[in-house]
Design a protein around this ligand. Structure first.
Ligand SMILES: Nc1ncnc2c1ncn2[C@@H]1O[C@H](COP(=O)(O)OP(=O)(O)OP(=O)(O)O)[C@@H](O)[C@H]1O
Length: 231
């Protein structure tokens, strides 16, 4: 479970995040919307331990996140806008490397199975990542999350810059993660994608979570209307 309890981040006198209360359960895909500077990345960075809370707590599976604390890191995988991988290594080598860092050693067959599971085309498995498309890198990033058995995937604008086909593939992949009981917290500007992939949608304004709704209760048009009224 992912929990924010009164989670607050201030930079000098600027409040980037104001008393966020949030609970995300296994199987939930929580999409955070909000205009530039609303505080979405701050939420993700606090869960990742990249930055320290001014007050309140970010908890993962009951453990309070503290900067540079490895005990919660094992539960987490981070999918940024551009997944950072070794461009001179192929996807099998990247997956093997990052799995081993997380304490897992897999056979070649098992590594290939993770890549197949995320929909990477087999002809790319042994090709250096340097010439992969953004969508292919995202898939390898998710394969790494699966290989390290992360319960929680934190995603910051993962579909930004993806073409519609790659976005659709990514959406289906994220839905399948939810069905496997993973927790996904995704910051996004893509309202259509949020309503399509999300189970829960939060709308932020100036550091405050203003709306939280079930994706089943709203369509993309109404969500866009609510979003524009909110920001
Ligand atoms: N290191 C920092 N120092 C000072 N202010 C910061 C820092 N990081 C973020 N902020 C401020 O905190 C606020 C929230 O920023 P954040 O990056 O969380 O927004 P966001 O919703 O992710 O925006 P975007 O959609 O542009 O990525 C902004 O006003 C931003 O300028």
């Amino acid at each position: 479970m992912l929990q924010a309890i009164g989670l607050t981040k201030k930079y000098k006198d600027h409040t980037a995040l104001n008393k966020l209360n949030l609970t995300i359960e296994a199987g939930e895909i929580y999409c955070l919307l909000g205009q530039n500077g609303a505080g979405k990345t701050t939420v993700i960075n606090l869960f990742l331990g990249f930055t320290e809370a001014t007050s309140g707590e970010a908890r993962i599976n009951g453990l309070v996140v503290k900067p540079n604390d490895p005990s919660v890191k094992k539960f987490l995988a981070y999918i940024p806008e551009v997944v950072m991988l070794y461009g001179n290594l192929n996807s099998m080598e990247n997956l093997d490397f990052f799995s081993k860092i997380a304490g897992f050693t897999y056979t070649s067959q098992e590594l290939e199975d993770f890549l197949l599971q995320v929909g990477l085309q087999p002809e790319a498995f042994y090709r250096p990542l340097g010439n992969y498309s953004k969508g292919m890198r995202q898939k390898v990033g998710i394969a790494i999350a699966l290989a390290k058995n992360a319960d929680v995937l934190l995603m910051d604008e993962p579909t930004s810059g993806l073409d519609p086909k790659a976005t659709n593939e990514f959406t289906e992949l994220v839905k399948s993660l939810g069905k496997q009981g993973k927790i996904v917290l995704m910051a996004t500007h893509d309202i259509f994608n949020a309503v399509n992939v999300g189970t829960t949608i939060g709308i932020m304004r100036q550091g405050t979570l203003v709306h939280e709704l079930s994706a089943a209760d709203i369509n993309a048009n109404d969500l866009q209307k609510l979003y524009l009224e909110t920001i």
